[in-house]
Design a protein around this ligand. Sequence first.
Ligand SMILES: [Zn+2]
Ligand SMILES: [Zn+2]
Length: 511
Amino acid sequence: MPLLLLLLLYLACLPTSWPDPPFGWSDPDSHGVLWASLLSLSVMSLVVLGAAFISQRTRRQLLLDPSRRDAILRTYSRSRLIHLLSLFLLFGLALYVLGWGWAVRRFCSVGEWVLPGAEFVVLSPIVLGLVLSWCFFYDAERAFHDTAHPLLNLRAYWSRWGYVSFHLRQYLALVFVPVFLLVVMLGILRTWPGEFDSGWLQLSVPLILVVMIAVLPWILRLVLGLRTLPAGELRDRLQAVARRLRFRCSDIMLWNTHNGVANALVVGIVPWLRYVVLSDRLLGELTPEEVEAVFGHEAGHVKHQHMPYYLTFFFLSMAALVGGLQLVMVHVFDMTPKLEGEDHLFIPLFVGSLGAYIFLVFGFLSRRCERQADLYGCRAVSCGRSDCTSHDEVDLTAPSRNLCPTGIQTFIQALERVAALNGISRSRPGFLQSWQHSTIDRRVRFLQEVAADPTVEKRFQRRVGLVKWVLLLGLVLLLGLVQMVPPKRPPNQARMPADARVESPTPRNAE
Ligand SMILES: [Zn+2]
Ligand SMILES: [Zn+2]
């Protein structure tokens, strides 16, 4: 979800001109900026009202009949998905149709020069809509917390502000910091436009991206307020697991979530700046063996090189998608696709296909990678003996290549407990919770199959390896094909030399 929001915000930052507002508001005498802003903001406030309605309805239903908790949770997850999509759609509507983008350009410009940071104003309605919606969703979330299994709820739920600021911090790290950097860069480009042609700034764009990805662990540490996991038995155990798996990370971090979230993650591409992050609730409620299994899952993501793969995959996909769409627009619709300029169809088309692509293709890929990490988590707590029945007498210090039934069972318990702690339905958790990770039910069933027949794992790993290579090669092939199709010459442009055409497949007239 943060990923999708990040892409959307990036795209909303890029255009330098927006469609005119409706009702002739572009007329200088009509106070169009005021009307367009008012209309856009009222449309966005509908989303917040929607959040209030969903939340209050859910809370009422839960208080009336707590035994229907699972069914109510399912409806609530579905409503949250619809709410999120409405937020995106209405923001697009405000930007493109109701004149919000146009209005911001007007009041944030001095002559032709758009003020640095104008993008923040462009994005403000969606950020405000999101934050205000969280304020209202608090009531429903709190009701779910209060009606959960009594054994899981020894602690009081956090305050509304605690809940909102917790979400805000996560988004700050994953979405707002990268957007901030982009906006600063765009401001620099606008203020000193000549510098971009000189080359050094062009070079700095990918450089900034690489540096940002590398220092993401620091950003997360700062924004989420992560602390080093204190020295003690658990830390020693996890370090022993890391040694056994030959997994390197610079630190193991504790994430204070006010006991709200049971979660773990790994962040960092390079071993000397890589954290495994474990939340307080996870450590508080799982047994040490289960924590080891979760730690193993995170190590699995690194061992299987998932992060570098995802980055390559995204880079190639974006390039292929942009190239493909441009070709379709030029050759099928006879239009000139540009990010800036008069043609406003390109960005909505791009956002739509990108969203669909991420959910379908990336979702498919990500679910397979999660299973690989699950298997690695089992390995972290396995002794390797296929006839093993318990680890009471077993010393788990020797590295083992094979899984054992006890290890698989430990991992399954950890998985189920994390789902229960976070209030996720086992088999029908709702789309937002399962498109990336699959359902707990399916993950557990797969691990049980592996426990019953070890060859299942070998076949699975082979198949995933194949899928990954086919996807990458397919994308490279697609990119090559896109580059090879000759661009249609725009009618008003002089003929380009043949070699220039090969180098620049994007027709850029009007320049
Ligand atoms: Zn994972
Ligand atoms: Zn064992």
